[in-house]
Design a protein around this ligand. Structure first.
Ligand SMILES: [Zn+2]
Length: 394
């Protein structure tokens, strides 16, 4: 198969027209719809809707059924997306493992698998060629579980540009590495590489918070803080600041220092590494976040204070992001978020930030959505980006 270098798609493969893409996206995100409804919602003429619907049906992407003839007029034609029209492998890379899933068009996971990445070299870098080989093998394995494979999406922590180049691979020791190119050569499939939090934001845009909020923010709390932004239905592809402007928002000028030396910034309270460092300083012995959570349950006051501080910092972060984006929709995800989300400390911080003044009447309630997040969920995010890419979505 010949791949077009610029688009990363098989040469000659027709991507969807704007109208077809709008209809396909609507059917995937919101479910079956009549031609009339689609035209109204997407502001397409009846002729354009019919033309696009016909193309999607001929391409196997959608099917149409006629629904009960009404007394007047023609029967309603209901369009439905065909889940098995495309299958995409999503892969999340950590420092030592590739977690893979294969999904249909709706992002339903049909099978999952994992494989060890090659060991890091003495300088800490994980071999790129070996990594591409592992992902390609994983894709082949997962591809056997579905009729055919239409693309690969890869997600990893760090800075990614042009959906291909890993400028900074945080956990792999990579600098300016082209990952999509070698993977495309090995598999002959379209490949898209994305920052993992951005991939999650894109997944949420179609199959999560995006169904109810056209603008929303995403915060991940785990090994580091991560941010994703969707504005008016479009996911921001690359952050301008690697998340620094939000992660280092000042909270208390007399507070503890973060790893960068700021006093009392959000990261100083919320970053796992910083929490564990504070615990070591305050208690004189090493403690992981897990230790602190157990100690809090057992009634330990220092652990409770450190975790309350983290919850409060998360509340401030949510308030700042929601205010800056002017959205009520904030999605929380990440390994550590379950211990901090919806705690009294977090909720009090948000309530205090929203509290109206004596002469003010406007009130606001934030819609904070916590999503469970395993490595498989991260991989699914990568697959959804692959689906969007295959369909030609921005
Ligand atoms: Zn800081």
């Amino acid at each position: 198969m010949v791949i077009d270098d610029r688009s990363g798609r098989p040469a000659g493969e027709r991507t969807l027209t704007a109208g077809e893409l709008a209809i396909a996206r609507h059917l995937l995100v919101h479910g079956p719809s009549t031609r009339g409804d689609l035209g109204d919602r997407l502001n397409l003429s009846y002729a354009s809707t019919s033309r696009a619907a016909r193309a999607l049906i001929e391409g196997g992407m959608a099917s149409e059924t006629l629904e009960g003839e009404s007394l007047v007029g023609r029967p309603r034609q209901i369009l439905t997306a065909v889940p098995g029209a495309r299958h995409i492998v999503g892969c999340k890379l950590t420092a030592d493992t590739a977690y893979g899933v294969v999904c249909d068009m709706f992002g339903n996971v049909k099978a999952s698998a994992r494989a060890a990445l090659p060991a890091a070299r003495p300088d800490g870098t994980v071999p790129v060629t070996g990594t591409a080989r592992v992902i390609a093998q994983l894709a082949t394995r997962l591809g056997r579980r579905v009729p055919s494979l239409d693309g690969i999406g890869v997600a990893l922590g760090g800075i990614v540009t042009h959906r291909s180049w890993v400028r900074e691979g945080t956990f792999l020791g990579w600098r300016d590495v082209d990952l999509a190119g070698p993977l495309r050569e090995r598999t002959g499939l379209p490949v898209t590489v994305t920052n993992d939090v951005t991939a999650l934001a894109r997944e949420q845009l179609w199959f999560g918070a995006g169904r109810t909020h056209s603008t929303f923010g995403l915060i991940t709390v785990g090994a580091g803080l991560g941010f994703g932004v969707v504005r008016e239905g479009v996911a921001v592809g690359e952050l301008i600041d690697n998340g620094h402007l939000l992660a280092h928002t000042p909270i208390d000028s007399r507070g503890p220092r973060c790893t960068l030396g700021h006093r009392g910034c959000v990261a100083a309270y919320l970053n796992r590494e910083d929490i564990e460092r504070r615990a070591r300083i305050e208690t004189g012995r090493p403690a992981t976040l897990g230790d602190l959570i157990r100690a809090r349950t057992a009634g330990d006051r220092t652990a409770a204070r450190l975790l309350d501080d983290a919850g409060r910092a998360l509340g401030h972060l949510i308030a700042t992001l929601a205010g800056a984006l002017q959205t009520t929709g904030i999605v929380l995800a990440g390994e550590d978020v379950a211990y901090l989300a919806d705690t009294p400390a977090m909720n009090e911080a948000i309530a205090d930030r929203l509290r109206p003044g004596p002469a003010e009447t406007q009130t606001c309630t934030l819609d904070i959505i916590t999503t469970p997040l395993t490595f498989e969920d991260w991989a699914r995010g990568a697959a959804v980006v692959g689906i969007q890419h295959t369909l030609g979505a921005a």
